[in-house]
Design a protein around this ligand. Structure first.
Ligand SMILES: Cc1cc2nc3c(=O)[nH]c(=O)nc-3n(C[C@H](O)[C@H](O)[C@H](O)COP(=O)(O)O)c2cc1C
Ligand code: SF4
Length: 396
């Protein structure tokens, strides 16, 4: 059963335009302070404080600055940005415009996942309407000196292009490969100019915060993870779909809401996240415990966890950009090891070597892809020892 009901989401209660009107009555630093007071952290996965990023970009001198919306949404099991863009794109465009005012940018770009081409016409129509009604263009909403417009650029299907520096390379027409950092995009981003890159959901919450106030948002969640979050829930549960929950919800509470009580494991954070066994379902989904961009995959009692690891590693082997050795070689070797386990050809010693390789990849890979791709394998080996060791012949 699919149960996404966007009419119940907070986004449905927020009237478009009000957030921008309230932001434009403030000085840019006041807008950034409002976001800081709300405690908003990025909803794309890493949980970086939005106001800190915006402050860096605002403080960097530049003749042009850019606001980029990361709508690449390529993490397996994540589909909440697609829902936001379908039903609440005005809140996203409005959040980007508020970002433009807050950092002094005049140009916004939505980097839209190649597979979401079908959304483009809808989004272009919304942008056109915003231009017609003065919400984009010269002197936005009659604010002298504040010009801001947004264009949509298409991705071409590479998962790594969701990584913000690879995304910028792709926008510039280069191969989508992550850059060395520093410099960071807030200093040297798109076309060498200060650039903020934020997730679709982050921009939508910015608009809500400007409408409902920073206190409203700050009060929800835990001490260090504030506010509400959308979760894409899939797998072995009665109600898959997109749900809004406060940060800090435990896995157990979430499973109850989606009818997944008999799960044996939950993958939090997509293929790059962690596989959490039932014994740890009391843990909280929050930046200080289990961090996620929103992907929750439920595994029922009948699932073979080695197959789960294999599925994820096949994805990473395909999606590694190949630029650095730990990731390019590591993903291939981990997948090979999983296949050896499956065929009963892996020794205990080799399994230990594979785990050490995974830890090396976490430390030595250049970008988040290789740093996180071994997570699922390592957590499955750690928490499902019986299933994994059962594949190792007695003599090994
Ligand atoms: C391999 C990889 C893929 C990523 N894909 C996405 C994505 O599809 N959408 C997204 O918002 N962030 C993605 N990120 C995180 C971005 O690099 C960046 O942290 C994020 O867009 C910042 O926005 P936020 O602060 O609002 O979360 C990805 C990171 C990595 C390493
Ligand atoms: S970690 Fe992987 S995706 Fe990232 S730069 Fe290295 S090879 Fe490319």
């Amino acid at each position: 059963m699919k149960t996404t009901d966007t009419s119940k989401m907070t986004f449905a209660q927020v009237e478009s335009q009000r957030g921008l009107e309230s932001a434009l009555k403030m000085q840019p630093d006041e807008v950034r302070r409002t976001i800081a007071d709300s405690g908003l952290k990025g909803r794309g996965g890493a949980g970086f404080p939005t106001s800190t990023k915006w402050n860096f970009a605002a403080e960097t001198v530049g003749d042009l600055k850019y606001v980029v919306c990361n709508a690449d949404e390529g993490e397996p099991g994540t589909f909440k940005d697609r829902v936001i863009l379908t039903d609440f794109s005005d809140l996203v465009f409005e959040g980007m415009t508020i970002g433009g005012h807050a950092i002094g940018a005049s140009k916004g770009i939505v980097y839209l996942r190649g597979e979401y081409t079908y959304l483009r016409q809808l989004l272009e129509g919304k942008l056109e309407e915003r231009r017609r009604t003065g919400l984009l263009g010269k002197n936005v909403l009659g604010t002298s000196g504040f010009d801001f417009d947004i264009e949509i650029r298409m991705g071409a299907g590479a998962y790594v292009c969701g990584e913000e520096t690879a995304l910028i390379e792709s926008l510039e027409g280069q191969r989508g490969e992550p850059r060395n950092r520093p410099p960071f995009p807030v200093n040297t981003g798109f076309m060498g100019r200060p650039t903020i890159v934020n997730n679709v959901e982050t921009f939508a919450w910015v608009t809500c915060i400007l409408v409902k106030g920073s206190k409203w948002f700050e009060k929800i969640g835990t001490e260090t993870s504030h506010g509400l979050k959308l979760f894409s829930v899939s797998g072995d549960c009665r109600a898959s779909g997109v749900f809004e929950f406060p940060l800090g919800i435990t896995i157990k509470e979430l499973l109850k809401k989606v009818g997944g009580e008999n799960a044996k494991a939950v993958q939090v954070g997509g293929a790059a996240g962690h596989c959490v066994p039932a014994s740890e379902f009391g843990r909280a989904i929050a930046f200080e415990d289990l961090s996620t961009g929103g992907s929750i995959i439920v595994f029922g009692p009948g699932r073979d966890m080695l197959h789960v690891a294999q599925n994820f590693m096949e994805f990473f082997k395909d999606e590694s950009c190949g630029q650095c050795t730990p990731c390019r070689e590591g993903n291939a070797r981990l997948l090979e090891g999983i296949e050896m386990l499956e065929q009963g050809n892996c020794s205990m010693k080799y399994l230990r070597d594979l785990c050490r390789l995974g830890e090396t990849m976490q430390l030595a890979s250049k970008c988040g892809l290789g740093q996180s791709s071994p997570n699922a394998f390592l957590s499955i080996v750690e928490h499902f020892k019986d299933e994994i060791m059962g594949r190792i012949p007695a003599a090994c």
